[in-house]
Design a protein around this ligand. Sequence first.
Ligand SMILES: *Cc1c(COP(=O)(O)O)cnc(C)c1O
Length: 457
Amino acid sequence: MLYFSLNNTSPIVDFKEATIRGQAPDKGLYFPENIPRLPKDFLSSIEALSREEIALTVIEPYIGNTLPKSELRRIVGETIDFDFPLVPITPDIRTANLPPNPLPTTIYSLELFHGPTLAFKDVGARFMSRCLGYFVRDNNRPVTVLVATSGDTGGAVASGFYGVEGIQVVILYPSGKVSSVQELQLTTLGKNITALEVDGSFDDCQRLVKEAFADRGLNERLFLTSANSINVARWLPQQFYYFFAWQQWADKDHPPVISVPSGNFGNICAGLMARSSGLPVDHFIAACNANDIVPSYLQTGEYHPKPAQPTLSNAMDVGNPSNFVRILELFHQKLPSLQQTPNPRQISSLEQTLSAVSISDAETTAAIRELYTHHHYLPDPHGAVGYLALQRYLAAHPGAKGIFLETAHPVKFYDVVEPLIGSKIPLPASVNVLLNQQKHSIHLLPDYAQLKDYLLS
Ligand SMILES: *Cc1c(COP(=O)(O)O)cnc(C)c1O
């Protein structure tokens, strides 16, 4: 498989090159030249396969011959070394309060938080760190992974890369805008992991990282690469759990609607790739918070990036979702600003597959309470956004059933969740360990010169 830049002016590259570079020299995102079609018997026999077998089949075409098969098998095995349960949540919403309820479950939660940092980003980060570690093992220049995080990326990347030989990791996070558990996850490891605490927003962090990648002088002295969700080695393995959901989905005659809490749109774009490969999915919902750039694009056809607005689901506080151009590419569309003559037929095919909604903080807290009180399920704020978006869609589409992705463990956002339910969330063992550790971060103004000084020091 080869990858081209969505800005179309860089040479095509293989998976190894795309992983090491992160972004193409023309600043475009890499995109595969074609989308593999999965074998028919793979989807029909999926229940009999192991998770490793499923993941290997899905990812192999994207890797080509850049990794030996035995190495890929090892990396895949380590990447998905935890559970991905599909948990039934609600009976039919119209009769939920009328026991006894004979109706089947309509809403499921796909729990993606059973990995080491309790968020779905563990999957992409674990896969990418192991691929990159393999690709640079003969390098004589040390590699610096530079990444901006709105919370969960930092912890997942720190944990994924911790102790990987030949790789230094520098993480930028917005001071005071990540939860305390998230902050501990990215500031307590030490060794090859450094956390830079920026006095600014997540967008500031992203801008600083972009400037560093665009700085020729810096890149001559350092071998910089990104671990943000634009990296193909983080983005593509996110397809795995959509297949694990299908493996567990009982009603194979009626594929699920899938609601994905979305910020940078990497996760949902991976789901759309899986669907293009043949995975049965009825419809995708991009569940957004107040940062409604994509919902308003799908409604009005106008794409207006805005500064990120802080919300309770802060991992989705993104004002210019970087992966959205990949979704447009998948549907052979361009941003309206780049598009000469809009093609209404293409827009409708995008809209049949994908819809997007914006959920307010007030609605998010109400959804957390409802799930906890009526369904005895405690979501995190991101999962709650996904749940509510799905519930609304199903209310308008009787007979449909769906899955929301529970993208993080609620304890990562205990500051938000505990006051709502009036009790403490039991701490998982991995969090207990963190609480006794010392935070180490370096303060930074949102000023590129400061970042550059640090990187060169
Ligand atoms: C990163 C994150 C998201 C958003 O995922 P994208 O791929 O950026 O759309 C949603 N929920 C949680 C908990 C996250 O950490």
